[in-house]
Design a protein around this ligand. Structure first.
Ligand code: PHE
Length: 396
């Protein structure tokens, strides 16, 4: 190999922490060779080989560095040339094979290449990283002038709110809230309530039947089965209310839903009379609709009460003079009530000669409709969020 340039060792300068050769290391080894090694042929050959290796490594590394396009490329380049298993490391390891006298100078030359590669690589990597960052930033750009998205805030369903209100009102009157199963047996939904097997309420047209070969199961058609469960479970005095869902096989329209909510009330004790029933319902109406409210009882029939009534409250919107909400009758129908039938008391194990009781049941959706002048029952189970916006008074 022809060495064109020869430079003495002294022509190296220290810049910062890095050694930077002013001449190609190839030239340096030539000088080394001439000055110190004389005719030691083998070592010269070895050094020649190393010099060549260093130069070609530099050439390869630098030209590949120029073509790097991405951060990934730069990582790969660094691994290939400067990494622990990279070519630079391999070259440095190779120095161990040199004769001891040659190692320091050769080592310096190799280290100097390493420094050179590191110094040249650093700005390239920074440039590529910066480019990638800028690209990501512009891709993820947020338009800060867009209006924010309002978070949805939960709100209680107006039926739930009404239940809470009723639980509080009846709680002050001494009633405890209890809850019962929505899937009931025929025994509790009908039999114990003095509704015999041939009663039309058991007809499939009213009752949603759960298919079970062993037991008569229904979706409860009212909350009244809990009268029987409560009386069966405990000795009088009993004062309970039962809010919950009820189901009927019905065509839907503005005032009929197959799923709705009721609240049942039951008081059993010695000397309970119709007057107690009236007092309790009147107080409920006043608490819900204002102190001026009056209630009306009219005869009605339910198999599990005797006497039975339907009760209404005078319309709070028009004060009983007649308006659209009360359909110009002055009264709003609320539900059924009456004195617990002796057959029911007997069926659940209480002596009707000792105990008397009253029971009532009313539709909760109806109460909400009256309170807010809603004219379509179907909105309550429609899961339309506008219902909450309107009736739960939540700003969203
Ligand atoms: N359960 C009856 C119904 O759903 C209402 C009612 C309850 C009537 C209690 C009298 C006593 O229609």
């Amino acid at each position: 190999m022809a060495h064109k340039r020869i430079a003495p060792i002294g022509v190296m300068k220290q810049g910062g922490t890095a050694w930077r050769p002013l001449v190609p290391v190839e030239g340096f080894f030539r000088a080394w060779n001439v000055l110190f090694l004389g005719s030691m042929g083998t070592m010269t050959d070895q050094l020649h080989g190393l010099t060549k290796d260093i130069d070609s490594l530099r050439e390869e590394a630098l030209s590949r560095l120029e073509s790097l396009q991405s951060v990934d490329d730069s990582v790969a380049w660094e691994r290939e040339f400067l990494g622990p298993k990279g070519k630079m490391t391999t070259l440095l390891r190779g120095l161990g094979g040199l004769p001891p006298e040659a190692r320091p100078a050769a080592g310096r030359a190799a280290q100097s290449l390493r420094q050179e590669l590191e110094n040249t690589f650093r700005p390239v990597r920074e440039r590529l990283a910066k480019g990638a960052l800028l690209q990501r930033l512009s891709a993820d750009a947020v338009d800060v002038t867009l209006p924010g998205r309002q978070p949805l805030i939960g709100a209680a369903h107006p039926v739930s709110t009404m239940i809470d209100e009723l639980v509080e009102i009846f709680g002050l009157l001494g009633f405890r809230a209890i809850f019962g199963p929505e899937v009931e047996t025929g025994r509790y939904n009908f039999d114990l309530l003095n509704i015999p097997a041939d009663h039309p309420a058991r007809d499939v047209w009213d009752t949603i039947i759960v298919d079970d070969p062993d037991v008569e199961l229904v979706l409860r058609t009212h909350t009244s089965p809990m009268q029987a469960r409560a009386m069966e479970r405990s000795e009088p005095p009993i004062r309970v209310i039962v809010p919950g869902k009820a189901f009927r096989f019905e065509a839907q329209d503005a005032s009929h839903e197959w799923q709705f909510s009721q609240i049942e009330g039951l008081a059993v004790d010695t000397h309970i009379t119709m007057t107690d029933l009236k007092g309790v319902l009147q107080e409920m109406a006043r608490q819900l609709f204002g102190p001026e409210r009056r209630i009306r009882f009219r005869c009605d029939f339910f198999p599990f009460v005797e006497p039975g009534v339907e009760f209404a409250v005078d319309c709070a919107i028009c004060n009983g003079t007649g308006c659209r909400v009360c359909k110009h009758s002055g009264w709003l129908e609320m539900g059924g009530a009456g004195m617990v039938h002796p057959n029911v008391l007997r069926a659940v194990g209480h002596d009707p000669d000792i105990f008397t009781g009253f029971a009532f049941g009313l539709g909760i959706e109806r109460l909400v409709m009256m309170k807010y002048g809603v004219d379509d029952l179907r909105i309550f189970a429609a899961t339309d969020i506008r219902l909450l916006r309107k009736l739960s008074f939540v700003a969203f």
